[in-house]
Unconditional design. Sequence first.
Length: 145
Amino acid sequence: MKQSFNQSLTISDSHRNTRLQLCLLTLLIVAAAISLPVAAQSIQVPQPSPGLMPNPAAGKALFEKSCASCHGANLQGNDKGPPMLNRIYEPSHHGDAAFQLAVKNGSRAHHWKFGDMPPVPGLTPDDVAQITAYVRLEQRKAGIQ
Ligand code: HEC
């Protein structure tokens, strides 16, 4: 009798431990969920020079040098990357900041199956603004705006 009482004590003790661990785990998850958006907000978007008038022609040359190998010379994509002339990349879905961030940090594969986009080194925020102006012009021509 005494033994079984002890046993049930041990079991309820270990239950309590599990419950405590679950509580701690929940707390951790809640803390992570709260701090993630805060971390996301503090991501710095590279800013082009104030007053820059982005020039699509300059952007075209930069695009051909740095982006066309994956996004296609005519922005139609290829076997390494997606087309930029696609509704997914219209300004309301991927604003100009998305271009600055993709070039600076790369981009995890999430819309397509080409794999991750690596960061593209050697471009200033002004360069990226020129490229974006070129992409926007071609998107407008293709009726994507
Ligand atoms: C090595 C291949 C590669 C190069 C070079 C490359 N990209 Fe990408 N890029 C990708 C792939 C792949 C994706 C799609 C990722 C996904 O969503 O699945 C992508 C996605 C993007 C996106 C969308 C990011 C987002 O927020 O979803 C932008 C904007 C972009 N690229 C711009 C550029 C620009 C501008 C250049 C040139 C400076 C460039 N890329 C060069 C492969 C490349």
